[in-house]
Design a protein around this ligand. Structure first.
Ligand SMILES: Cc1ncc(C[n+]2csc(CCOP(=O)(O)OP(=O)(O)O)c2C)c(N)n1
Ligand SMILES: [Mg+2]
Length: 197
């Protein structure tokens, strides 16, 4: 990477951090309602993915997905307005945190149920393959979400029908209060779950 490219990636990460800090400030004093799920320390993951994604590629996330929405190029004003429940929000202020999506930016949003985004990612990938369209789907999920049954069903179907989807496990070591060591039978690395497919 050139220095200019590195600075661009760093700027993107700082942009996410500053945006989230502003949200936190407004949320704490009660100006912003609903849910607010932040990603401090995890900004590099969506920025890195978007930096390698092509214009036909897609992203989709779990609840901790503000960074991916911002990194997709969705305007920050629309995201902020959504979080404030305003009509000018990216989903007309109807869903807040879990409605940060924009088909125009190939970003399909944050899903609240643990691993709920994984079968949807597979459906998106299947659509691309079925229509013979270019592009791949990058699906983010947390270390705890890896243990959800629906993720296993998703992996099985991806393997069975040869549907290419890139799953990115953001392992921040905890699923709420449960450490990954206590919650996962796979002790070395979580991607082991998909290796036989
Ligand atoms: C199906 C389902 N069960 C339980 C919850 C409650 N819940 C919210 S966040 C969370 C932990 C998620 O952990 P992880 O996947 O590691 O993501 P992180 O919060 O660390 O980013 C749980 C269990 C949920 N959202 N969905
Ligand atoms: Mg986690």
């Amino acid at each position: 990477m050139t220095p200019a490219q590195k600075i661009h990636l760093y700027r993107e990460m700082v942009r996410i951090r500053r945006f989230e800090q502003t949200c936190l400030k407004n949320y704490t004093i009660g100006y912003m309602g609903g849910f607010l799920i932040l990603s401090a320390g995890q900004e590099a993951a969506p920025v890195a993915v978007r930096s390698i994604a092509g214009k036909h590629d897609h992203t989709i996330t779990g609840p901790r997905g503000m960074g991916a929405a911002i990194a997709s190029g969705m305007p920050m004003k629309g995201i902020m307005a959504e979080l404030f429940g305003k009509e000018t929000g990216c989903n007309a202020g109807k869903g807040g945190m879990f409605s940060l999506f924009s088909p125009a930016h190939n970003h399909w949003g944050c899903f609240a149920g643990a691993a709920a985004q994984t079968p949807i990612a597979l459906g998106l990938s299947f659509t691309l393959k079925y229509r013979r369209q270019d592009g791949v789907v990058f699906c983010f999920l947390g270390d705890g979400s890896v243990n959800q049954g629906v993720f296993h069903e998703t992996l099985n179907l991806a393997g069975l029908f040869d549907i290419p989807t890139v799953f990115i496990i953001e392992n921040n070591q905890y699923a709420m209060g449960t450490s990954v060591r206590r919650g996962s039978a796979f002790k070395e690395y979580l991607a082991q779950r998909a290796e036989r497919l």
